[in-house]
Design a protein. Structure first.
Length: 171
């Protein structure tokens, strides 16, 4: 039996997992390795911050999704790939062999190394950070001035245009 290893339980691989539930491939063992058990749907991020959805509404459980699709789930981070030996290493020290490897580890935020960013900025990614951001916004006991750095579609347009009435924005 061949082994297909999916790395990263993000938006793209979730579609793959759903397709495999509908049309399982016989004689292929599928393993998903992802850093966290919980994944968040970015398309609902602004509405979550606005309070239209709960955390449960815009998150899903990767182990449960995998179990439904006959996929083995490993909560871990891939740290190295050996394309000659067809195997990978994880942060927890696992060595996983594969016949086919699919990498979908998403993107990283730029600018994390800007002086002061780690201490004073709220990072939007990974999307689980939105939970802390929402709590911080709601806990504020005074009007906030928020400076947004980086103006991609979501931050530049969607986030400010939502009715975040408790903040004053400087974009
Ligand atoms: C706030 C926000 C709102 C957005 N809104 C929209 C929208 O409305 N419409 C739209 O089309 N796009 C939107 N996007 C963009 C969209 O989220 C991305 O294009 C999409 O997430 C990319 O999917 P992906 O599967 O490549 O990666 P991701 O969804 O980022 O998934 C990557 C996964 O890989 C895991 N991972 C990372 N490194 C490792 C590793 N070494 N080992 C194991 N696992 C690892 C991560 O934990 C994560 O689960 C938004 C993005 C943000 C940040």
């Amino acid at each position: 039996m061949k082994t297909l290893v999916l790395v990263g339980g993000g938006h793209a691989h979730v579609h793959v997992i759903k397709l495999l539930a509908k049309a399982p491939i016989t004689d292929v063992a599928v393993i998903l390795i992802s850093t966290n058990k919980k994944q968040y749907y970015s398309g609902m991020a602004s509405a979550y911050l606005e309070g239209l959805y709960s955390e449960a509404d815009f998150s899903f459980d990767l182990p449960r999704l995998c179990a439904h699709s006959g996929i083995s789930f490993i909560e871990d981070t891939v740290t190295a790939i050996d394309p000659v030996a067809n195997s990978l290493q994880t942060a927890a020290g696992l060595r996983v062999a594969f016949d086919i490897l699919s990498l979908d580890t998403g993107s990283e935020l730029a600018g994390k190394n800007i002086p002061g960013a780690q201490e004073f900025a709220q990072m939007i990614k990974p999307l689980g950070n939105l939970i802390g951001l929402k709590e911080a916004l709601e806990a504020a006991d005074r009007p906030l001035n928020i400076v947004i750095t980086g103006a991609g579609d979501w931050l530049g347009l969607e986030f400010p245009s939502h009715r975040l009435h408790y903040v004053r924005l400087a974009v």
